[in-house]
Design a protein around this ligand. Structure first.
Ligand code: ADP
Length: 620
């Protein structure tokens, strides 16, 4: 059992609003594969577990059945929270524990299952009983095959898909969105939420000495000039109008503009809501208040329907294995994301340049499990060209067990300026303000491909502040995912690195920070970013100190389906495939060999909107 799922001995105060939810009585009509007869001691039992946050699971049983499940939790809206509703319902319905872990909300799912199992054990269920209950699964009858039609069909309900769907709807079209999983969000909702955008001539742009032209240059050069300049211009020219579009839809930003890891410049707009949830709260709010967008969840797109060379729809498989055929009167938008979790595809892609020592199954991914390159396969099956498949971005910030960035994994990362990376010897090895690929390659060369992020209390002055993923630093420390110490000696001891080295490393680093004798000068790794956005950070010298262990993790696949500035998909002969538009990580050619941090969300909004608009206008 992983540390973060283990029962917590003592209560930790939890973040934000606590949600109490009860599923009472026998939910009834579900079928189960087999009856398992377990004799319980009637009563109500309680178990405390760690999902994304601490949760209490209360289970009431009669002599032979579960009669009530109550969760007291503060799981993140849009990520863990929907599962906290659906999973107890299903457990009640089948009177068993054979409920699938939900993609993108694994921590919450596992915490609920562990909590219910623990309560049932307290009620007298043996280990064998629990095993048998885990074998009880819902049997679903295959639903009838279905045919559906809308003006615009969007495949994938991540960032790009939802931006496309809403834009098409704003242009008066009916839209069907096909989504493989049970909820919207994809990888986008798991991201840190930072969205690069500059408004030329604004006060912030002046203060940060930033411009659209600089955003363009850094994006194009940051991708080694391998991107398509026309697409890069589309991205950077339309980034700010993307922010305004989101604001018009009701999305809130904090007003803080910062440098996200690998972002190269302070131009990341920070949403008010944690991770990518603000985007989907906004999109859901639009759906709640407008007609014309039908979300079809638990349905996987398999192949395009092509008539006379025109893409007119898509064949899908529904949750029960039934076939779902979806036709478009206008265009089809492909927005299925990348292939970070398709080990075979990423190994094949990496074999072209051999940029990474390996991308086999030992290397985890920040991606949600549905991100398996489906759209790229579907598009190439009808002749689409791909570009830049060999460029795969890794981050040096994955948690050692699962590769996550958030999910209470111990990512204490904040602004680039405030932290250093050290290896298992307590030494720095790379410019931590540099490119993501350089940082991660640097990490691959370290012992056990493992490092620690180290910072001081400038980032977390009170000890209960949030990281970039909406998690409190004190919760990360309490869960054993981050270390906290009053001295560097103690920090080094907790990290298991030589104290002398860590102290020397920090002292040397501090010489380049504000007040140091080398203030403002690049250090031996070429680092130039030393003070944070508020200018308060003057090195790592303000106890308590923090550290967290990190490994390389597959983050973004830059390559994908070729598109033009209209997001039309291009075939291997250089011609447009009529009726098919693509946006987001499924496409290639925008980020070149290396995507800047903070540009992915910009990509989903900018290209999603163009794809939605052009699919709405497309007629055959
Ligand atoms: P982007 O950032 O490009 O929008 P995301 O990762 O946020 O990409 O979203 C991609 C979405 O597409 C995810 O929600 C994923 O579950 C969904 N998806 C992936 N493959 C399929 C498929 N074959 N059919 C339907 N949806 C899919």
């Amino acid at each position: 059992m992983k540390a973060n799922f283990k029962k917590l001995g003592k209560k930790i105060a939890v973040l934000g609003m606590t949600v109490a939810m009860t599923v009472s009585m026998f939910a009834g009509c579900g079928k189960k594969e087999k009856e398992v007869n377990v004799t319980y001691t009637p009563g109500t039992y309680e178990s405390t577990q760690m999902g994304m946050h601490e949760m209490t699971v209360k289970v009431t049983v009669s002599k032979d059945r579960i009669t009530n499940i109550k969760l007291v939790h503060s799981e993140t809206p849009g990520i863990g929270e929907p599962v906290a509703v659906s999973m107890p319902e299903e457990i009640m319905e089948i009177q068993g524990l054979g409920v699938d872990v939900v993609a993108g909300a694994t921590l919450t799912s596992k915490a609920i299952l562990a909590g219910v199992a623990d309560c049932l054990k307290q009620a007298g269920a043996s280990d064998d009983d629990i095993k048998a209950l885990e074998g009880v699964k819902k049997t679903v009858e295959k639903e009838k095959d279905k045919e559906m039609t809308a003006d615009v069909v969007v495949i994938g309900a991540g960032g790009a898909g939802m931006a496309a769907a809403i834009t098409a709807n704003q242009e008066g079209k009916s839209v069907i969105v096909i989504e493989k999983t049970s909820k919207m969000g994809g990888n986008t909702i798991l991201s840190g939420g930072a969205m690069n955008a500059v408004q030329d001539g604004s006060d912030v742009a002046k203060e940060k000495e930033d411009s659209v032209a600089k955003h363009y240059e850094q994006t194009f050069n940051g991708g080694d000039q391998k991107g398509n300049p026309d697409l890069v211009h589309v991205l950077t020219d339309n980034a700010w109008s993307g922010v305004e579009w989101l604001k018009d839809l009701g999305m809130e930003f904090t007003g803080v503009v910062f440098t996200v890891t690998g972002g190269m410049w302070p131009r990341a707009q920070q949403p008010k809501e944690p991770e990518g949830t603000g985007f989907f709260k906004t999109y859901q709010n639009y759906l709640d208040n407008h007609d014309g967008i039908e979300m079809v969840y638990n349905t996987t797109a398999d192949e395009f329907i092509v008539e006379n060379g025109v893409v007119v729809g898509v064949k899908c498989t529904g949750k029960t294995g039934n076939s779902v055929t979806v036709k478009a009167n206008n265009g089809v938008v492909l927005a299925t994301g990348g292939f970070g979790w398709n080990v075979e595809m990423r190994q094949e892609a990496n074999s072209i340049l051999k940029q990474w020592p390996t991308l086999d199954e030992t290397i985890p991914s920040t991606n949600t499990s549905g991100i398996t390159g489906d759209g790229i396969k579907m598009a190439t099956a009808i002749g689409a060209n791909t570009v830049g498949m060999e460029y795969i971005q890794l981050l040096p910030l994955g948690d050692p067990s699962e590769g996550h960035l958030g999910s209470l994994s111990g990512n204490i990362e904040h602004a680039v300026e405030s932290r250093i990376f050290v290896n298992l010897s307590g030494n720095r090895f790379v410019n931590e303000g540099g490119r993501r690929d350089e940082m991660t390659l640097g990490l691959f060369a370290q012992e056990e491909t493992t490092m620690f992020i180290v910072m001081d209390s400038d980032t977390y002055p009170n000890g209960d502040e949030l990281n970039n993923f909406g998690e409190r630093i004190c919760d990360l420390v309490a869960a054993g995912r981050a270390y906290k110490a009053d001295t560097l000696e103690d920090l080094a001891a907790q990290m298991g690195v030589p104290a002398e080295n860590l102290i020397n490393t920090v002292n040397e680093y501090n010489r380049h920070c504000k007040g140091g004798d080398l203030e403002g000068q690049p250090d031996e790794f070429g680092r130039t970013l030393f003070s944070d956005t508020e200018g308060k950070n003057n090195g790592i010298n303000n106890a308590p100190y923090y550290a967290a262990k990190r490994v390389p993790t597959v983050h973004h696949t830059m390559g994908g389906v070729e598109i033009n500035v209209n997001t039309e998909v291009i075939d291997t002969n250089g011609n447009v495939i009529p009726g098919l538009f693509a946006a987001g990580e499924v496409t290639g050619g925008i980020h070149g060999s290396n995507r800047l941090g903070g540009n992915a969300l910009t990509d989903t909004v900018v290209f999603g909107r163009i794809a939605g608009s052009n699919a709405a206008k497309y007629t055959r």
